[in-house]
Each structure stands twice: as C-alpha cells, then as structure tokens.
Ligand binder design. Sequence first.
Ligand SMILES: NC(=O)c1ccc[n+]([C@@H]2O[C@H](COP(=O)([O-])OP(=O)(O)OC[C@H]3O[C@@H](n4cnc5c(N)ncnc54)[C@H](OP(=O)(O)O)[C@@H]3O)[C@@H](O)[C@H]2O)c1
Length: 258
Amino acid sequence: MVLRSMGSELYKITRTRTQEKSQQDVQHETRKKSVLILGGTSGLGKELAALHEEAGWYTIKTGRIEKSYSYDKKGATIHYDLSREGYKDLLGDPTVRNTNFDRFIWVAGMWLQGPFASYSSTEVQKVVEVNFTAPLGIALKLWEVMADNADPENQKSFSVISSSSGITPRAEESVYAATKHAQVGFTRSLGLENQNDNLKVSLFLPGGMKTRLYRNHPEVDTSQFNDPAKVAAKMFELLNNQEERYLEKAFPRDPSLR
Ligand SMILES: NC(=O)c1ccc[n+]([C@@H]2O[C@H](COP(=O)([O-])OP(=O)(O)OC[C@H]3O[C@@H](n4cnc5c(N)ncnc54)[C@H](OP(=O)(O)O)[C@@H]3O)[C@@H](O)[C@H]2O)c1
C-alpha cells in the first residue's frame, strides 16, 4: 500500500518534470511568443488559438470538456474546469508556471438564459464562478507577472472578451448579463489604472456568434449571428497593432462578419 502510494507520487513527480522539460525545450528551441487563452478549446477562443498558431505563437489553451493534458510544438491544451478547480491549480501547472506570457486572453464563458426566478442557486453560482470569479483570480496573478516582465522589447497584452450583454441589459439573461457587465467594469477600470506603456489592455464586446455557447438551446436562431472565425480575425489584427494602453471594440451582428 505504502509502496503503491510512493510509486504514484514518483510517477506524478516524473510526469511533472517531463512536462516542465518538454515545455522549456519547446520554448528555448523556438523562442516563440506565448499566449494563454482561457477557454481556447471551442468557438471564439479556438479560432483565436488557431490564428496565433498560424502566426508562429506558442498557445496554451484551457477548456473543460477535453479530458487530458496534451502538447506539441504549436502549444498545449490543459483540461481545467473553472467551476471546480479554483484558480490556484492552473497557476501551479508547470506549463503555465514556466511560460513567460506575451499575451493573455480571457475568453471562457457559459450562457444562462431564462427568468431569474427559474434559476437554481447552484446554476447561478456556477455561472458567476465560470464567467467571472475564477478567471478574475487567474487574471490577478498573471497581471502581476506580466507587468513585472513588460519592457519595450517584450510588450505584453491583456485582453478580456465580454459581450454586447455586458453593456446592454437583456430580459431573461439577468445573471449572464451581470457577469458580462462585471467584466466590462473590471476591464475599463483596469484600463484607466494602467500606466504601463508596455502592457496593453483591451476589451472586446461581441454580439451573437455561431458557437457551442447555445448547444443546450436549440430554440435560439443563430442564422444571423457572426462567424467566430471572422470575429477572431478582426480581434487578432487589433491586438497585433494595438498602440494605445487601452482599447475597446464592439462586434455587433454584421452581414460582413457572418
Ligand atoms: N457566442 C455568442 O453569441 C457570444 C456573444 C457574446 C459574447 N460571447 C462570449 O464569448 C466567449 C466565448 O464563447 P463562445 O461563443 O466561443 O462559446 P463556446 O464555443 O461555448 O466556448 C466557450 C469556451 O469556454 C470554455 N468553458 C466553458 N465553461 C467552462 C468551464 N466550466 N471551465 C473551463 N472552461 C469553460 C469552453 O471549454 P469547452 O470547449 O471545454 O466547453 C470553451 O473553451 C464567452 O465568454 C461568451 O460569453 C459569446
């Protein structure tokens, strides 16, 4: 019993060291820029990850559904459920800990729709945790590290994806809209506070996009919604060319983005 538990500890340590070594090797070999995309496994986040990879960035993507940890020369995918794991575990992950991120994009989110009285307290807690509280804790630690490492040769960017529901109230979206308004208040305030020319802050406010966000809502007609790949391409261009310390941009539904 004791031997088995020692064996399992040894396996954990070996696996962690292998992950650290591989991650360091990839970064050293290639000297790529790195981005952490919270919610980079589906929809908008997945499209953003693909654009960064095509442009030669090293991407670290987190998601909830994908069960295993995987990595290759393009990047790593980490299974990480924001509603369960709190933020400390992600920052303790060797891949995340050993990466000097040039960019952080907070994309992860889930939708909750219906009259306020129809929600259970568990549902409300989960949406607040996934859409705001857990990512905020991760953002807090990353902000500190990125601010410390930002200089004219190593400019950093910190980006938050909210929603048009973050500025426009919508009936039957009370809790989702509240989390999206919270992201807006946070990012606008951070943008005002930020005095570091080498650390850029941005806030994006997409309107409806055809993604898995509505997978449990077949009644939602997404035919006029934007294509997440087209929205991601616009965001990517803005991020790559951002000169101002704070940038804000809305992407309402638009036939040219469909
Ligand atoms: N689609 C729209 O109409 C729309 C409009 C305005 C704003 N937005 C915002 O855009 C962002 C991206 O959404 P999307 O439309 O691309 O939706 P999506 O395809 O469902 O992608 C959501 C991402 O968040 C991750 N995620 C969800 N719940 C999570 C959890 N508990 N723990 C960890 N990760 C979790 C997902 O991981 P898995 O792949 O593992 O599920 C996925 O990577 C969200 O913040 C959303 O509020 C979307």
